[in-house]
Design a protein around this ligand. Structure first.
Ligand code: PGA
Length: 255
């Protein structure tokens, strides 16, 4: 089965009304992306702007975080139901910056993914090892622990409705990219573990790679059998770079 590739931009805490307008109008005018799924995950404050700019086009939008609660006295938090009201299709959970800077645990990440699923939003569950963990030979153990904790929260029956993003922490925003072989090795490991949980879901589930994906390395990464697209940070803020990465994903799909 061939999985349609998915390219997701992660704007992180970047943007302004004026900059977004330029980027979004370029994205919504872009052609040649019909064989691809594309989304941008933006600061929540900009969701209404993004919805207005993208609603008539082929590009979806998403959030970068969500509360693990439904509603109530949680100052500063945003619920999955609120995201749904703004037409959000995808939600990042467990990004390494959330895990390391905001102390999000594997269990919390799973709870957040569950809340998104309850609203029909696709969670993009991010996982990945630190440099120290890789050097200590713990990569597989770490990503498996992150995966299993998330699956325990969302339930094996929901596996077909999630996306995974493998993002080695040492490759995020550093300019260091994992080699295509290193990426494929982890992706195929994860898919093998998923197959033990639900064979059908393992075949259809998309596993993205993230970590310094740029126009000059995207093609080799996307050519890997178990790499179903990318989670793009820095390069997603540049219209030409992001669209170039999208078109490379299209060309890998069609050749
Ligand atoms: P980067 O970020 O592409 O800037 O490395 C990726 C991410 O954090 O999702």
């Amino acid at each position: 089965m061939s999985r349609q590739k998915l390219i997701v931009g992660n704007w992180k805490m970047n943007g302004s009304l004026a900059d977004n307008e330029a980027l979004l109008s370029g994205l919504s005018a872009a052609g040649g992306l019909s064989s691809l799924d594309v989304a941008v995950c933006v600061p929540s404050l900009y969701l209404s702007q993004v919805r207005d700019c993208l609603v008539s086009g082929a590009i979806a939008w998403g959030s970068q975080n969500v509360s693990e609660h439904d509603s109530g006295a949680y100052t500063g938090e945003i619920s999955a139901r609120m995201l749904k009201e703004f037409g959000v299709s995808y939600g990042l959970v467990g990004h390494s910056e959330r895990r390391s800077l905001y102390a999000e645990t594997n269990v919390l990440v799973g709870q957040k993914a569950k809340k998104l699923l309850e609203m029909g939003i696709t969670p993009i569950i991010c996982l990945g090892e630190t440099l120290g963990q890789r050097e200590a030979g713990q990569t597989f153990e770490v990503v498996l622990g992150q995966l299993e904790a998330a699956v325990e929260c969302v339930g094996v029956g929901k596996l077909g409705k999630v996306v995974l993003a493998y993002e080695p922490v040492w490759a995020i925003g550093t300019g260091l990219t994992a080699s295509p072989d290193q990426v494929q090795e982890v992706h195929s490991y994860l898919r093998g573990k998923l197959a033990l949980m639900d064979a059908n879901a393992a075949i259809s589930l998309k596993i993205l790679y993230g970590g310094s994906v740029k126009p000059d390395n995207a093609e080799a990464l996307f050519q890997q059998e178990d790499v179903d697209g990318g989670l793009i940070g820095g390069a997603s803020l540049n219209l030409i770079d992001f669209l170039t990465i999208c078109h490379l994903a299209v060309s890998v799909t069609t050749h």
